[in-house]
Design a protein around this ligand. Structure first.
Ligand code: UD1
Length: 474
């Protein structure tokens, strides 16, 4: 409790004494702060700035301890996107900006590239110009979300305000200009997770726990988590569309639609196939516990099915640094000659053509799902809710192959291979909950996914060929 005048929600400087020692020596240096597509991200990035520590903050350049962004008009609010330059992250950032949100992007570029930021700015500027809208703010910080700089970054978007508690006492509390956090930063390779489980648990689970502690400290409680259909494990094998209540973390009561009987469902995870899947399951379970313990939290876990496709501009797409293992990225490598043939894993599943069925969903639909989720406002007394983001439609491996053959007007050579370990035969979402409770429904078809993806591949290839031609001439 702090003495002072009684103005509610009045931003003030941090008084010496309150956490002062921990604040005053570490202010996060803003890596890139821009509202213009022409700003050069490299110009002030920690990557190029000589006076920044590895963590990306500058101990010697000490601006005000709190509220490092007051120079911008008013007190703008932001959505913080961690892992915002990756495949799904970059599309979500773009959709947020198109919707007028100011965005802070945190990314360590471990599986992404900084030039994505330029594409995001270009596309946002184009959208704003076409719609006569002001360009939202885009702040980029290159850092690992587990580094200590993360705390200083969050703090730099925080004000200290005077509030009155229920007993009429004045209190100093943190009020953040970060309205919501979308957390994408995680490792996601099934095969690698089996070889390096500790790295996966460290980044995906321990990192999440520390992040939640920091957010809680600064009173940021609106959190969207990137989960995966992998949490359903072998429950997918029933062949029925997967419903969110097939995987719960606390006991739930529901009324049977046919008999009207009340049923208490107990949490149970079955057949989680690898450490990666367990990191997603553990993370969700932790989030459910955190929300149960403190009603201030609003936490949404979005269970992605198989995101594919890209923005129709062809400027953003899936461009992993490591080896491609997912079906569409492998398929594009075959179509562009980087691989000779596609191994079709499993031709003896009980599906219409014997190959496995998946629920491919356009990445822009997934991105829009995040924006809908940011508006989720609690549910039946629980601050945690899981939603599937899938199309609700099953596509076999062979149908997926045909979709990309049609988009590219090229043929894919196939090899029939045995089932891939850990695979399930069918994995399709029920979209009912997201539809009813978030007002979200997918718009794009698999054909559209394939055509947008091929557009991106052609554009990327064209640029590569141009670059090669220029370097030969030089
Ligand atoms: C995989 C992961 C899943 C993860 C998701 C997103 C496994 C077992 N599951 O899901 O945990 O959340 O990626 O990253 O790895 N296929 C081929 N040939 C290929 C590649 C894939 O036939 O070269 C088949 C697969 O066997 C599968 C389908 O295509 O039947 C889709 O595979 P993929 O794109 O890897 O996605 P999932 O297996 O659904």
């Amino acid at each position: 409790m702090w003495p002072g005048d009684s103005n509610d929600n009045l931003p003030v400087q941090l008084p010496s004494g309150l956490d002062a020692m921990e604040h005053q020596h570490h202010h996060y240096a803003d890596s890139v702060s821009s509202s213009s597509p022409s700003d050069s991200p490299a110009a002030s990035s920690p990557l190029t700035s000589p006076d920044l520590s590895e963590d990306g903050f500058d101990i010697d350049r000490l601006p005000s301890p709190l509220g490092g962004h007051e120079h911008e008009a008013g007190t703008p609010k932001f959505t913080l996107v961690i892992g915002g330059l990756g495949y799904i992250g970059s599309h979500t950032v773009l959709e947020l900006l198109r919707e007028g949100h100011n965005v802070i992007i945190v990314d360590n570029l471990s599986n992404s590239f900084q030039n994505i930021l330029d594409s995001i700015k270009t596309l946002t500027a184009k959208h704003c110009k076409a719609n006569g809208r002001r360009m939202p703010l885009i702040h980029f910080h290159r850092l690992d979300y587990r580094s200590r700089s993360m705390r200083f970054l969050i703090e730099s978007y925080t004000d200290l305000v005077m509030t009155i508690d229920t007993r009429g006492r004045q209190r100093m509390t943190y009020q953040s200009r970060i309205e919501g956090v979308i957390h994408f930063a995680a490792y996601k390779s099934v095969e690698e997770s089996i070889r390096r489980p500790l790295q996966y648990y460290q980044n995906n689970v321990c990192g999440l726990v520390s992040l939640l502690q920091q957010l809680d400290k600064y009173n940021i409680h609106n959190f969207i988590f990137s989960s995966s259909a992998t949490v359903y494990g072998s429950k997918a094998n029933t062949g029925e569309p997967l419903r969110e209540e097939d995987l719960i973390h606390h006991a739930e009561e529901r009324v049977d639609e046919v008999t009207g009987e009340r049923i208490v469902m107990q949490p149970s995870a079955v057949g989680l196939s690898c450490p990666y899947a367990r990191t997603k399951y553990f993370s969700e379970a932790i989030l459910a516990d955190v929300a149960a313990a403190n009603p201030a939290w609003r936490i949404v876990a979005l269970r992605y099915f198989n995101p594919v496709g890209c923005d129709p501009s062809g400027l953003l797409g899936e461009n992993p640094r490591g080896e491609a293992t997912n079906l569409y990225p492998v398929l594009t490598q075959v179509l562009t000659g980087q691989r000779e043939r596609l191994n079709v894993f499993g031709t003896d599943w009980s599906t219409r053509d014997g190959t496995a069925v998946r629920d491919y969903i356009h990445v822009l639909d997934v991105a829009r799902g995040h924006i809908s989720a940011l508006g989720w406002n609690g549910d039946r007394g629980s601050g945690f809710r899981a939603f599937n983001l899938g199309s609700g439609t099953g596509t076999t491996v062979l149908e997926a192959v045909r979709s990309l053959e049609a988009a590219s007007k090229r043929t894919v050579s196939l090899d029939w291979a045995g089932r891939r370990p850990g695979d399930v035969g069918v994995c399709v979402a029920s979209t009912e909950r997201a539809n009813k409770e978030l007002g979200w429904s997918p718009r794009e078809s698999v054909a559209q996914c394939a055509s947008d993806l091929w557009n991106f591949v052609e554009r990327t290839l064209g640029l590569q060929q141009q670059r090669q031609a220029t370097s030969v001439k030089a």
